[in-house]
Design a protein around this ligand. Structure first.
Ligand SMILES: [Zn+2]
Length: 251
């Protein structure tokens, strides 16, 4: 076995050694395969590296197996286990991310596309469609994007979603907080939740009556807007004065 470069070398042959490479060397020489390390130990070894957690994730993308408490329940939350080494990232040419880091099989990709009805989940465009915004030449290309999902129990996992090239470009690794979203949903009124469940069942959002009225109001000429607003105020006032006509939808 050849001697490994030191993980402490920040510069090698006049070139800066990247955080991922140094983290890999640290795991091999300081932790050792099969052993446990904590986030605190990792941060103590790389106090200057703000994104050291990210470097560990990059190693995972290069075949390094580093388990968290989610993969291995015997680990505590702050612990990770360096299970096995992947690509020799300190060797020139070995540090490149694999081309398909999603590494889905053709069948898996097909399943994601099917689940999303072959439509971009962000903008709704189908494959090969024009965007219809003046740029008549651009046709959509559908890809499968990886989404990091923070689960309500605090753990995270990656899920796959159909996304067109335009929506995916520049967005980087998007992540979604499912727990926070559920919390927002819980704070909705029962009526709002029923409406939301209806949209979900239909797969699209129907405008509510109040939104239809608002939409038309917005297009009115100024005089009509003023007249409408005044009439609405009168209606609200008379509703407040006499409860007898609570069901009046006559305005
Ligand atoms: Zn899109």
């Amino acid at each position: 076995m050849t001697t490994l470069p030191s993980w402490q070398n920040e510069v090698d042959g006049g070139r800066k050694v990247g955080g991922m490479v140094r983290a890999a060397l640290w795991l091999l020489t300081e932790v050792g395969e099969g052993n446990i390390f904590t986030k605190a130990e990792l941060r103590a070894a790389f106090p200057e590296a703000s994104q050291i957690d990210r470097r560990i994730r990059e190693l995972r993308d290069r075949g390094w197996r580093i388990d968290t408490s989610r993969d291995d329940p015997s680990l505590k939350q702050e612990e990770q286990r360096f299970v096995s080494q992947g690509a020799q990232v300190w060797v020139p040419g070995q540090a490149k991310a694999p081309k398909h880091k999603n590494s889905l099989t053709a069948a898996q990709r097909q399943k994601v596309f099917e689940a999303d009805s072959y439509l971009c989940r962000s903008c709704g465009i189908a494959a090969g469609e024009g965007y219809g915004d003046g740029d008549g030449l651009t046709r959509s290309v559908l890809n499968i994007a990886r989404r990091k999902v923070l689960l309500p129990d605090g753990s995270e996992e990656y899920e796959f979603v159909t996304e067109c090239k335009r929506c995916g470009s520049g967005s980087g690794d998007r992540e979604v907080d499912l727990g926070a979203l559920l919390e927002h949903a819980e704070n909705l009124s029962p009526m709002e939740r029923t409406v939301l469940a209806g949209w979900i069942a239909k797969g699209r959002r129907e405008p509510e009556p109040i939104e239809k009225v608002w939409g038309i109001y917005q297009t009115l000429p100024a005089a009509s807007r003023t007249a409408f607003a005044g009439a609405l105020e009168d209606a609200a006032e008379s509703d407040g004065e006499s409860g007898e006509n609570a069901d009046s939808s006559g305005w």
